[in-house]
Write a protein of this length. Structure first.
Lengths: 709, 528
């Protein structure tokens, strides 16, 4: 990370009777320390990256408490860390972005869940679902039920989140089962407050180490232990967990005066549900609701008698459960059937099967539920008026705005070193024709969006090359696969390159090496060149690829579009079969910016010479065909009103946010575009030679530089 | 002088911020949280940063409520209110948008309602990819957003906050905070916000200045929503003394509505070539003027043709580019654009890549034609070019540009000049003839000049589109094979289609129903 979290680290040191102010995910971090964890691990990804990032900066605190921190190279590696809690009374937690990370971790998780745990084992999962999500839309719930791991979905306020982390460890130890705690994006980023308690050191930790290994074949996932473990899950662990949830009242029950209906919601959706009720005039923001609510902070396992007690005497309940399939709705139906209760369960239908449950979506579902059930003692017209007004209002807005507003998809940052690679592929396409491009996960996935629209599949992190394995032999051109350095270390080196070389694959692989896992916030990689503390790990991508036996390996500087094209052309058209690996090597621009900006500021302050470079476009010669923008998409390369009184279409222009990466000029050359681009070097704190040269030129050149500087 | 319009004891104030990555939205959120906390408000905020860092759209949502009796957990007073993580239409008291289209999006999503919403939005534009890649003008009409804001918001505060931030060497988030404070919708005094800015400890002076400017602008209330394109135009060129006689002709022989444009055209073409060339411009327009007069027009056609003809006759070639790069005002313009301070030398390097087209432009036709034909046959036309970067602020680069610029005196002898003039005359002929049939038809034909833009392949492609429209739609209309009114409509449609995509797919689709088209690749400058 090229960013410091020292301020946040201070919050982690708060003790008994103090108040924490901050983000949800940081509150979780604090709760882990209050619970006495001995190890924390994980793989970064929105929205849980901060949990790890902050701890990386908290080395002193971790040493005091004896906590081991591991920045794992994949979720599988992180999940396997929980193995420490199988035999030993050690508490630990790992974190990643779900469900993609849980997919990667599944192998270790299934084995872990079968073996069971002695020390509390907690997974903090960023449930990246709904608006703002960057991944496919699935639920963690399925993983919990298939492996019998308990799933917590706390109400999104810091007190409840912290309480559930602490109770989660107890639940895990009490029932010998690993526990998942899922937090939606907004809950991870919610800023609030809670009363802290002192941090605790674990019973055993890196300052107070274990002395004897424990061998218990019952904890090994080999038959016949596995048969016993499955029975143990059903006969002991599940009943103990249900008992614990009931006795410790982990779920929240809010009563109300309207008795013939009720609402059961996932804990994480409680605030949205309450806000919908407030809007319908059925609740106060203090939490008082006229309709009774059962908020499930534990969504697996359910407590059958808690559900049936809540539903008894009610004609219908609304089940507010986000996502699909409707696991909870089905489970509640089964519980009621077994209890022989006739309460109707209404959920999917009035509420949508797919998509995020925003306050508006819940309000719409609630209104429909009320219409269907017309509960006694409730003014139906008043309660459903808000959603009708909202619809009318939106229709009016649409009419006034007319056209559809232009969308704003994410794109590569200004100066991003990945952009030139896709410019090169696009320009080369004109010469060689289009080919299949197998994409990977990372910032480079933005190549699939306008203006590049490049890429045919995205199959998973580090799987760019693997997912071309069966396309390549069936395609009449060499296929291009993309892989970032993040994906390379995550698993691309084995699943992709190892497999391709072993199977003598023919194709082109472009490894984009920018030095960080940039898309998740510039975390360091094994091949990161510099760390703030000056350490380097020394792992080399090129070295690894060579040692695996790849013969065709080239290293290109990204910004030189001409040489990228030349190398790519050679890879695409060269004779002989085999894997051709191009390592595109340029540091992430944002990380670089963060690193060098203070250096430049210091240089300028000390009166030292510095040259700032940026590009520009001549508005007189730009005819506005936008070929340059279509081949770049740089946010700094944009349009403005045409200053020429005879022209009306806008001209292309470059904003002051330009970092002078040079791509515009390179593309103008490589694609033979137009003579409007110019590069400006501004010499700050010029030395005598600069001034002499400048003066000489101005004297010679007369009117062109008649400007006084 | 805090006026709270809502009862914040029982109902939280909802504040939604729509921003884009890199605008400091997270810092703005932090300022608001800090200021509210310091003033004893219970506050909650959340965000969906996601991939916003990469210029995508994002939102931040805050709720705050008066803290009478509420407190954080652990104390024995009333529990904290349950606050929403989602904005809900009808509950958004302050809607902040850092850009005009984001304000439109907020309205589209229903978050701006007349019962409670104060809309605070910057009116500058950050163009979306679809707007930036459009070949002609793909910009969303911002006036629609302004009209909608006036109608949908309880109060709309709209002005260019980006420009104000730039003026104070700050980022837009501080102006937005100033505007929020200036509306007095939050029960926080101005000092509270200033303290929050100070606590951040970074760029404090610049941020405070921008904050105060935003605050004052809202208090004063003299806010300007949008600047129309027409106010961003360069002034018309002054008349060089030598063209005085031609300017007299413009005044005496041409109708009122056309005179301003024609005067600019004359000056521009005099600068581009010489007096005779400017005179030729007026001669060509005389034909149109007579035709329009016969058709009982009022000068609009001459004005439009005058505009397009001036642009066509000053077509971009090496000499014109060199001339533009040597413009005495250019260096001052660039210095201002890049923010070079006095005393800081700048070095300007031009990216040029002349090719075969540029080289043959100055050769006589009898040499150029076979050369280009041979190059086309061998597929070299687009590949024969050499890239160079010329430092125009240094002696040699400057001198080279000067020589290239002086070559314009040889321009009329060259192949390109002669072909361009031939096509221009043909086009003028079409317009003049069309004017006798239907003035609208003539106007639409004139407008096709807009397709001739760019350099190299883009230019070739524009030519193809232009020729296709002339062959398939214009000629039949002039021959009386199609009704002039219908033809005018289809020409306008085809022209827009030609500008819809760079591959010409939309154009093919647009003119396909008329007649099957054979590719007209040969009908470019080289083939003549």
């Amino acid at each position: 990370m090229e960013r410091s979290f020292s301020k946040e680290v201070q919050q982690l040191r708060l003790g008994q009777g103090e108040t924490f102010h901050g983000e949800g995910i940081l509150a979780v971090t604090k709760a882990l320390l209050q619970s006495g964890v001995s190890y924390v691990g994980g793989y970064q990804g929105a929205p849980i990256s901060h949990l790890m990032d902050v701890l990386v900066d908290a080395e002193d605190l971790l040493s005091e408490l004896g906590v081991h921190l591991e920045t794992s190279t994949s979720e599988a590696a992180a999940a396997a860390m929980l193995g420490a809690s199988i035999n030993y009374p050690i508490r630990g937690a790992v974190t990643w972005k779900s469900t993609v990370g849980t997919n990667v971790a599944s192998d270790a998780l299934s084995n872990l869940a079968s073996a069971g745990v002695t020390g509390g084992a907690l997974m903090i999962l960023g449930e990246d679902y709904g608006e703002g999500s960057s991944i496919l839309q699935e639920r963690t719930h399925a993983f919990a039920t298939k492996s019998q791991m308990w799933l917590l979905d706390p109400r999104p306020d810091l007190e409840t989140i912290v309480r559930m982390v602490e109770k989660g460890f107890e639940l895990s130890e009490h029932s010998n089962t690993p526990v998942m705690l899922e937090l939606r994006i907004r809950a991870c980023h919610v800023h609030g407050a809670f009363a802290t308690s002192d941090n605790k050191a674990g019973e055993y930790n890196r300052n107070r180490r274990l002395e004897e290994p424990v061998h218990d074949f019952g904890r090994i996932t080999l038959p016949p232990s596995t048969y016993a473990q499955e029975k143990h899950k059903i006969e002991v662990r599940m009943p103990e967990a249900i008992k614990f949830v009931r006795e410790h009242q982990l779920n929240d029950h809010f009563d109300g005066d309207i008795k013939d209906v009720g609402i059961i919601c996932q804990g994480g959706l409680y605030n949205a549900t309450l806000r919908a009720l407030v809007q319908a005039g059925l609740a106060e923001t203090s939490g008082d609701s006229r309709i009774p609510i059962l908020a499930l902070n534990v969504t697996y396992p359910l407590v059958p008698d808690e559900i049936s007690n809540f539903c008894a005497g009610k004609s219908a309940i609304l089940m507010v459960e986000e996502g699909q399939p409707d696991y909870l709705e089905e489970a509640v139906n089964v519980i009621l059937r077994k209890a022989d209760l006739q309460t109707k369960v209404i959920g999917k239908g009035p509420l949508p099967m797919a998509g995020e449950y925003t306050a508006e979506v819940v309000l719409r579902g609630l209104s429909e539920f009320l219409v269907q059930t017309s509960p006694k003692g409730l003014d139906l017209a008043a309660a459903t008026a808000p959603i009708q007004e909202l619809d009318q209002h939106k229709a009016k807005a649409a009419e006034l705005l007319g056209d559809v507003l232009p969308a704003r998809p994410p794109t590569f940052c200004t100066g991003c070193p990945e952009r030139p690679l896709f410019s090169a592929i696009r320009i080369l396409e004109k010469e060689l024709g289009p080919t299949h491009v197998s994409c990977d996960i990372g910032c480079h996935t933005f190549s699939t969006l306008p203006p590049f629209n490049l890429g045919n599949t995205v199959l998973g992190y580090g799987l760019g090359l693997s997912s071309a394995a069966a396309v390549a032999p069936n395609f009449n051109k060499r296929v291009i696969s993309i892989m970032g350095d993040g994906g390379f270390w995550h698993n691309g080196v084995t699943n992709g390159i190892g497999s391709a070389l072993f199977n003598k694959a023919d194709g082109v692989l472009m490894v984009i090496k920018n030095g960080y896992t940039s898309a998740t916030g510039w975390q360091y990689l094994p091949s990161t060149l510099r760390e703030r503390e000056g350490r380097t790990t020394g792992a080399s991508i090129e070295g690894v690829i060579k040692s695996m036996g790849a013969n065709w390996l080239r290293n290109v500087p990204n910004y030189k579009v001409g040489s990228v094209m030349k190398t790519l052309r050679e890879a695409m058209t060269g004779k002989g079969k085999g894997l051709r690996v191009i390592v595109a090597d340029s540091e992430c621009q944002l990380a670089k910016d963060r690193r060098i900006k203070p250096e430049i500021a210091a240089r300028l302050k000390n009166g030292q010479r510095d040259v700032r470079t940026r590009f520009g476009i001549d508005e007189d010669t730009c005819t506005g065909d936008r070929a340059c923008i279509r081949l770049s998409g740089c946010p700094s390369l944009t349009i403005k009103a045409n200053p020429d009184p005879l022209r009306s279409d806008p001209v292309t222009t470059i904003l002051d946010s330009c970092v002078g990466c040079g791509l515009c000029g390179e593309v103008a050359h490589a694609a033979v575009l137009c003579p409007s681009f110019y590069k400006v070097d501004i010499v700050r704190n010029p030395n005598l030679w600069d001034r002499f040269k400048d003066g000489l030129h101005r004297r010679f050149l007369g009117d062109m530089t008649r400007v006084r500087v | 002088m805090v006026e709270v319009t809502e009862d914040t004891d029982t109902k939280p104030i909802g504040l939604l911020i729509a921003a884009m990555g890199g605008e400091g939205g997270g810092v703005l959120r932090q300022w608001l949280v800090d200021a509210a906390t310091a003033h004893g408000l219970a506050v909650q905020s959340t965000s969906i940063p996601g991939v916003a860092q990469r210029t995508g759209a994002t939102t931040y949502y805050l709720e705050m409520q008066s803290d009478k009796g509420t407190a954080v957990a652990g104390s024995n007073t009333k529990p904290r209110p349950v606050m929403s993580l989602y904005p809900l239409a009808g509950n958004v008291d302050i809607m902040v948008a850092s850009e005009l289209i984001e304000a439109g999006r907020a309205m589209q999503n229903g978050f701006v309602t007349p019962n409670c919403t104060t809309l605070i939005a910057s009116t500058h534009r950050v163009f979306a990819v679809s707007e930036r890649t459009a070949m002609a003008d793909g910009r969303f009409d911002g006036t629609r957003v302004v009209t909608a804001a006036d109608s949908l918001a309880e109060r709309a505060v709209l002005f260019d906050m980006e420009a104000m931030a730039h003026e104070h060497g700050s980022v837009i988030n501080s102006v937005l905070l100033g505007a929020i404070a200036g509306t007095h919708r939050l029960p926080i005094p101005i000092e509270g916000f200033e303290a929050a800015i100070r606590d951040t400890g970074r760029s404090v002076e610049a941020n405070l200045a921008a904050f105060r400017a935003g605050f004052a602008a809202v208090e004063r209330g003299d806010l300007k929503a949008l600047v129309p394109d027409s106010e961003l135009k360069r002034p018309w060129r002054g008349d060089p003394p030598m063209v005085e006689q031609l300017q007299h002709r413009v005044r005496d022989e041409f109708p009122g509505p056309a005179r301003t444009v024609l005067r600019e055209g004359v000056n521009r073409l005099f600068e581009y070539q010489n007096l005779a060339y400017a005179e030729r411009y007026l001669q060509r327009l005389m034909r149109i003027e007579r035709a329009e007069l016969e058709a009982e027009g009022h000068g609009e056609l001459v004005r439009d043709v005058g505009q397009y003809l001036a642009l066509w006759m000053s077509y971009e070639d090496v000499m014109r580019v060199a001339q533009a790069k040597l413009d005495p005002k250019r260096q001052a313009r660039i210095r201002a654009e890049v923010g070079a301070k006095p005393g800081e030398p700048v070095r300007i390097r031009e990216y040029l890549k002349p090719g075969l087209d540029e080289a043959t432009a100055l050769m006589p036709g009898w040499i150029a034609r076979p050369v280009l034909a041979a190059a086309d046959k061998a597929g070299w036309r687009e590949r024969l070019n050499f890239g160079m970067t010329i430092t125009s602020t240094a002696f040699w680069g400057h001198s080279l540009l000067r020589i290239l610029s002086l070559l314009r005196f040889a321009r009329p002898m060259g192949h390109r000049y002669q072909t361009e003039q031939k096509y221009i005359d043909e086009w003028i002929g079409h317009i003049a003839k069309a004017a006798t049939l239907d003035l609208q038809l003539a106007t639409e034909i004139a407008g096709c000049q807009r397709l001739l833009k760019g350099y190299g392949q883009t230019y070739q492609h524009g030519w193809q589109s232009f020729s296709q429209i002339m062959d398939v739609l214009v000629i039949p209309a002039l021959n009386g094979d199609t009704a002039p009114g219908d033809a005018a409509v289809s020409i306008a449609g085809a022209r827009e289609a030609a500008l819809a995509d760079p591959e010409g797919k939309a154009l093919e689709a647009a003119i396909a129903p008329v007649t099957p088209v054979t590719p007209v690749a040969g009908k470019d400058l080289a083939a003549e």
